[in-house]
Design a protein around this ligand. Structure first.
Ligand code: HEM
Length: 316
């Protein structure tokens, strides 16, 4: 096939960056043309490189898309970069450790629920099935069983920290009250979960626990009747404990942890009791001087009785 010479493409239709640079000494950029430094053809990327670049940016793009609609980054930045008081130490990690223990319990609990049967005749065998036949079943069951004790220990240690550091005082009383409810709910989880394997130990231990509840003043007998769900501990008790353990209490705990965390972020944490409050570095606002007596019964600026006027520093 005969080959024809390539036709010359007129300069006017070539986009500026692709135009050839003007010849040296030809007198600079002619009118209507792009400057010579823009005339270099851009580096062409292969389709694979482009896809890799898009792939790298995708998570950030997706997060940006969500953030534009939720405006959550401001809240997250405020929460993650908030200031903590001087002297904050390892004891302050006990709350987060309790939270972590709860998350482990919730996660392992979901997997156990996939294989557990809450029936008086099948509960025990379903636990045996989890332990002996389900892949990693024994590990997940063990994590859930030991994790419950870990969470109970951590919640008490965390409560001790907040008590001894005086974190229950103003303005954190409400967070303390929420904490007390969380403590009761956590104990309820541990108690109701104990019956679920429905073996000899859990059966008799639950009878003891229900009877102890019955000894409480006024509400005690009603509470034990409610928990037993019948004259004797049996199938209805198991169903009730299962519903409390799986539905009622976890939902309440999640909601209350949300409120607890909101208050921690909003109010900040308490400084350890041995850290003394320091004077702010900026000068304290001085009360406007007015002629006449102030609250101390003397004229502003009068130091004659040695008592400082409002806003003044003491010499001691
Ligand atoms: C599921 C249970 C709980 C979780 C997940 C939890 C989590 C947390 C976290 C992460 C903090 C901030 C960090 C820290 O101070 O450790 C905190 C603070 C606090 N918690 Fe809890 N907590 C729980 C139960 C309790 C209980 C039982 C109480 C007391 C009865 C309590 C009272 C407080 C108080 C007063 C603060 C503020 C501490 C301060 O200002 O220094 N919490 N909690």
């Amino acid at each position: 096939m005969p080959s024809f010479p390539k036709p010359k493409i007129p300069d006017a239709v070539v986009p500026p960056p692709l135009r050839k640079p003007a010849k040296p000494g030809s007198g600079g950029t002619p009118k209507g043309q792009a400057p010579s430094d823009l005339k270099e053809a851009p580096e062409r990327k292969s389709a694979g490189d482009k896809m890799l670049e898009v792939g790298k940016e995708a998570p950030i793009d997706a997060l940006g898309w969500v953030d534009q609609r939720l405006a959550a980054s401001g809240f997250l930045t405020g929460m993650l970069f908030r200031k903590v008081p001087k002297g904050t130490n390892w004891f302050y990690t006990l709350g987060s450790a309790t939270l972590f223990a709860f998350i482990v319990q919730a996660t392992t609990g979901v997997f156990l629920a996939m294989f557990y049967t809450p029936s008086a005749t099948q509960a025990y065998s379903s636990i045996a099935h989890i332990n002996n036949e389900v892949p990693l079943g024994q590990l997940v069951h063990g994590m859930h069983k030991w994790g419950s004790s870990v969470m109970v220990i951590l919640i008490f240690l965390h409560m001790g920290r907040t008590f001894f550091f005086g974190a229950y005082k103003y303005p954190r009383e409400l967070n303390w009250v929420i904490g007390v409810v969380l403590l009761i709910l956590t104990m309820t989880m541990a108690f109701t979960g104990y019956l679920l394997p429905f073996d000899q130990r859990s059966f008799w231990a639950s009878i003891v626990g229900i009877n102890i509840n019955g000894t409480g003043p006024i509400v005690g007998p009603y509470l034990s009747d409610f928990l037993r769900a019948g004259p004797e501990l049996g199938a209805t008790t198991l169903a009730r404990f299962y519903a409390i353990h799986m539905l009622l209490v976890p939902g309440a705990i999640i909601a209350l942890i949300g409120a607890h965390m909101y208050l921690v972020v909003k109010l900040g944490t308490t400084a350890p009791p041995w850290v003394k409050a320091q004077r702010p570095k900026v000068a304290a606002p001085v009360a406007p001087l007015e002629a006449g007596a102030n609250g101390n019964g003397r004229v502003n600026g009068d130091r004659s009785n040695g008592v400082p006027v409002d806003g003044e520093e003491t010499s001691a």
